[in-house]
Structure formats: C-alpha cells, structure tokens
Ligand binder design. Structure first.
Ligand code: ADP
Ligand code: ADP
Length: 231
C-alpha cells in the first residue's frame, strides 16, 4: 500500500555555456495506492526527467517527492524501493538474463538461493523470458531486452513502479500479451505505477488516470474517458 505524492516538483538543467532548461516546472500530483497513471505528452515535455527524479537518478531543483507521506528526496536510489524499466537502463553485459534478474535480489537481502531461483522462474514465466534465461544481453533483440528490464524492475517487488515506454520495441502480438500480463501483475501486486507512453491504446487499456504533460507542467489530468472524450 503506497501513496506517491509530487509537490511542486521542479527541474532546471544548467549546462555550462548554454541557456538553462526548465524541464519540469512545478508538478503537483497524488497517486493513490495501487493506481496506474499514464503519462503522456510530446517529446521533450519533461516526462523522463520526472521519472528519473522520482527514482532518485536525477537531482531535484525544487519541490518534494513523498512516498506514504515521507519525503524521499534525500534518499539515494537504492533506498527508495522504486522499480524502474527505462529504455537506457542498461543490463549488465557479462551476466546472463537469469543473473541480471537475480543480481538485485541477492544484493538486497541475503536471500535464500532456492527462493531467488523460484522468483526468477516465476517472473520469467510471466513476461515470457523462460527460453532465454541463459542468454546474455548482447544476443537479445530490443524487445527481449525490454522484457528483461521490465522483469528486473518487477522482481524487486517495489512499492512504486516507473515504466518509460516499456512496450515500445515489442511487435504487435507481444505487445498485446505483455500488456495483458502487466495489467494482471499490477492488479495482483498493486504497485503504484507511472507509465510513460505514446500509445493511446496502451494508455486506455492500462491507466486508471491519464496525465498529459506539456512544457514541464501537467496540462490535463483525468480518467482515460475524460481525456479522450473531451473535445
Ligand atoms: P521527455 O521524456 O518528455 O521527452 P525529457 O525529460 O527527456 O522529456 O526532457 C525535457 C527537457 O529537458 C528537454 O528540453 C530536454 O532536452 C532537456 N534535458 C533532458 N535531459 C537533460 C540533460 N541531462 N541535460 C540537459 N537538458 C536535458
Ligand atoms: P543494492 O544497493 O540494494 O545492493 P543496487 O542498487 O546495487 O542494489 O542494485 C542491484 C541491481 O538492481 C543492479 O543490477 C541495479 O542495476 C538494479 N537496480 C537498482 N535500482 C533499481 C531499480 N530502481 N529498479 C530496477 N533495478 C534496479
């Protein structure tokens, strides 16, 4: 049961010799426990920056991020219990898929080996990775890598799940099955989730609410029905 709250969240990138960029200009948003929010908006509007700040992968210029009412801004990424599946969130090349999945678990707690193996099997089965558990990332298609990233985020059983275009490299059939599985996992395990997508169908089928961002702020917020049916 995890509530996620963003209060006047801001990010300004300052790159030497260039004008600063106000990438996120004050976001206020509360996700109730178990809610899946679809985050939409044109390229460059600040979606990834928002996710990276929540994950602790980017410093915050202003505002606050609260998980169950407690500010997490001062906590490093590993102490936030937030699962992320980002396009550029690299897998470890020397490790097999199974090892990539178990790595975080083993590092986190001194988990029983049998327990870790069972979890890897279970999640691999859910997102269709069983056949490639012994492969290494370099040999995988981009769709397969994407499913490994998703599995790696899920296996940690995070309180909050952040997904940046998690299905973008899958073919149509795989996108359908992975989307359905994602829905099932989210319903079973009740992660509080933000999912960035360009895909209207994905947003409609998965999201409880949709936020539309533009120029670093949320322009529209509502149920999929309200967003897509409004003139
Ligand atoms: P989106 O995910 O919606 O495409 P981003 O959060 O990636 O948007 O980017 C928002 C703005 O911040 C863009 O203008 C982008 O160029 C800029 N930006 C993103 N990352 C950096 C960075 N590391 N340094 C400087 N500017 C950045
Ligand atoms: P810990 O600090 O808990 O020992 P690490 O932060 O070193 O663990 O991460 C262990 C593994 O989990 C690494 O493969 C890392 O890339 C991955 N990882 C770390 N943070 C996340 C996250 N938020 N979501 C998904 N995977 C993560």
């Amino acid at each position: 049961m995890t509530e996620l709250e963003l209060r006047d969240l801001r990010k300004t990138y300052r790159v030497r010799g260039r004008p600063s960029v106000d990438a996120v200009r004050g976001i206020d948003l509360t996700l109730r426990s178990g809610e899946l929010l679809g985050l939409l908006g044109p390229s460059g509007c600040g979606k990834s920056t928002t996710l990276r700040m929540i994950a602790g992968l980017e410093t915050v210029t202003g505002g606050d991020i609260l998980v169950d009412g407690a500010s997490v801004i001062a906590r490093p990424a590993q102490q936030r219990n937030i699962g992320v599946a980002f396009e550029n969130y690299a897998l470890y090349p020397p490790l097999t898929v199974a090892e990539n999945l178990s790595f975080g678990l083993k590092a986190r707690r001194r988990a029983e080996r049998g327990d870790v193996d069972r979890k890897v099997k279970e999640i691999a089965d859910r997102v269709d990775l069983t056949a490639i558990l012994d492969a290494r990332p370099a040999g995988l298609s981009s769709g397969q890598k994407q499913r490994v990233s998703l599995a790696r985020a899920l296996i940690r059983e995070p309180d909050v799940l952040l997904l940046d275009e998690p299905l973008s490299h899958l073919d149509a059939a795989q996108r359908d099955t992975t989307r359905r599985e994602l829905k099932r996992i989210q319903r079973d395990l009740g992660h509080t989730t933000i999912l960035v997508t360009h895909d209207q169908e994905e947003a409609l089928s998965l999201a409880d609410r949709i936020a539309v961002m533009k120029d670093g702020v949320i322009q529209q917020l509502g149920t999929p029905y309200e967003i897509y049916d409004s003139p």
